[in-house]
Design a protein around this ligand. Structure first.
Ligand code: GLU
Length: 499
């Protein structure tokens, strides 16, 4: 088959030059785990730091691993994290299409070109083990394939293909050594005899990852390839492909994995959370992104809290670590607290409202008021519903809760003080926390008792709990005057009944 060199030339001419171009190339296998998100983030940061372009490419050639809805999860995650792309399946771009199954025709042509250039051969062997295809992609179980068709003439190979004999196309690797540079792992040299002549194009015409990634990265003008170090072992083979085509090799950045503990990689199968799981657990997207940035990268100084814009400024690939990073939920929680505290009250109220409304349904209780008591206290948003469940309905509480040593509160003092507070509350004109508080502290002063002795029983009467977000004045304010008075009266009745 004559090759259309003009077409290849046109493909070369489409490639944008003179800018940093990176890509996130997920396989749509179901969800964005923390490691995927980190790869996406670093890839995006490299592009944005350099004022370059960030591409999204969907690697869906392995249809057996494809999961319905997975692309939506990827799109949603990138958008929520603020990782916008300049080119991709949805926005298009100069080197599309950006979905591998839509590029199939193109891989066939490049496979022909590779055959022509001596970098590949047709293998007509009957048994082509699927496991080999996968194994080769990960550098595992790499079977050394000794193929009787490897060295047959081009004419003989063409003739067999023309007869319709099924074949796969394998990479041809000649003896020698191959070296390549990785930003993180340095110069790596391997003996070519350790590399298997893996399948580039399967018998169904679909390319393997090992072939498609090289073609796509070249044709999309990718300058920096960021991916997990499970691909490190295959990188020499990619180099040989670039060499066979006469193409420039991109900068490689292979990142060490994100681990659950010293021994185990994070994995969905073992219950480790994905990005969306973390959101559902009540973590803020910004906190997750900030924390994930530090899983394997360290900034120069002590400061660890960075907005996405700040990360763009300070991110530097030379500070990516060689050693695996351990995902530490407590540390993420700490980041989350820092982000929650730093929000404006309005922003906090907006994110907290859905959680407040999970347990506070009374329409006249204002979630924004409830939020004011929570911002300094909650660690994750999912803490909220259980903390504010007393607003709708006073829980059945034990009268012993009125007894508290530190506040010098006893059942007797509680009854006496609640009876004294009631008229003071009725007199409060502007039902605001400050006014309510003043009514209580003025009473304490007149009676010559500590404020706590008044606050304690009021809080118990209003919330039915000893620990609440917000103190007695705030809770009374949020409940509203009528509800607050009713709860105090109820406590008085109950305390009287035990006398
Ligand atoms: N599709 C590959 C994956 O999801 C991408 C590897 C790469 O970035 O080259 O693991």
């Amino acid at each position: 088959m004559a090759l259309d060199y003009e077409w290849f030339q046109q493909m070369e001419e489409r490639i944008p030059k003179g800018e940093v171009r990176t890509r996130f190339a997920p396989s749509p296998t179901g969800y964005m785990h923390v490691g995927n998100l980190r790869t996406a983030l670093y890839t995006w940061l490299i592009a944005r730091h350099a004022g370059g372009k960030f591409l999204l490419r969907i690697e869906d050639t392995d249809q057996t691993r494809k999961v319905e809805g997975a692309v939506e999860v990827i799109d949603r995650t990138l958008a929520q994290c603020g990782l916008d792309h300049d080119e991709g399946p949805d926005v298009g771009g100069p080197v599309g299409p950006y979905i591998q199954t839509q590029r199939q025709e193109l891989y066939g042509k490049y496979a022909e070109l590779l055959l022509e250039r001596g970098g590949a051969y047709r293998c007509f062997c009957e048994k082509t083990d699927e496991a080999e295809v996968h194994g080769a992609a990960l550098g595992k179980n790499a079977l050394k394939h000794e193929c009787p068709y490897r060295n047959i003439s081009r004419e003989a190979s063409d003739a067999l293909a023309a007869q319709g004999k099924p074949y796969v196309i394998r990479q041809k690797i000649e003896p020698g050594v191959t070296s390549f540079d990785d930003v993180i792992f340095g110069k790596i040299t391997v003996d070519n005899s350790d590399l298997d002549e893996g399948v580039m194009v399967k018998s169904d015409g679909l390319p393997t990852y090992n072939f498609a990634n090289v073609i796509d990265d070249h044709l999309m003008g990718i300058t920096h390839v960021v991916r997990g170090n499970e691909y490190l072992a295959s990188a020499p083979k990619y180099n040989l492909l670039y060499q066979a085509f006469g193409w420039e090799v991109p900068t490689y950045i292979h990142c060490a994995p994100v681990m659950r503990d010293e021994q185990h990689k994070m994995s969905k199968r073992h219950g480790d959370p994905s990005y969306e799981d973390l959101l559902a657990e009540g973590y803020l997207s910004q906190a997750i992104v900030n924390y994930v940035a530090l899983l394997g990268w360290s900034p120069e100084g002590e400061e660890e809290i960075f907005s996405l814009e700040e990360l763009v400024k300070v991110f530097d690939i030379s500070r990516i670590s060689k050693s695996p990073a351990i995902f530490d939920k407590d540390k993420l929680t700490h980041f989350n607290e820092v982000y929650l505290r730093a929000m404006t009250p309005e922003d906090f109220a907006a994110v907290a409202e859905p959680y407040i409304r999970q347990s506070v349904h009374e329409p006249d209780i204002d979630p924004a008021k409830v939020a004011t008591t929570l911002q300094a206290r909650c660690k994750v948003l999912t803490d909220i519903p259980a903390q504010v469940d007393f607003y709708d309905r006073l829980p059945p509480y034990d009268l012993d809760l009125f007894v508290n040593k530190k506040s010098k509160s006893t059942m007797e003092s509680a009854l006496e003080l609640l009876q004294a507070v009631l008229p003071r509350f009725r007199e409060v004109k502007a039902w605001e926390p400050e006014e309510i508080k003043t009514a209580m502290t003025a009473l304490a002063e007149e009676l010559g008792v500590k404020n706590a002795k008044v606050m304690w029983p009021v809080r118990i009467a209003l919330a039915g709990k000893t620990v609440t977000p917000g103190g007695a004045p705030e809770i009374a304010w949020i409940l509203g005057k009528n509800r607050a008075l009713a709860r105090l009266e109820k406590a008085v009745q109950r305390l009287k009944a035990v006398e």
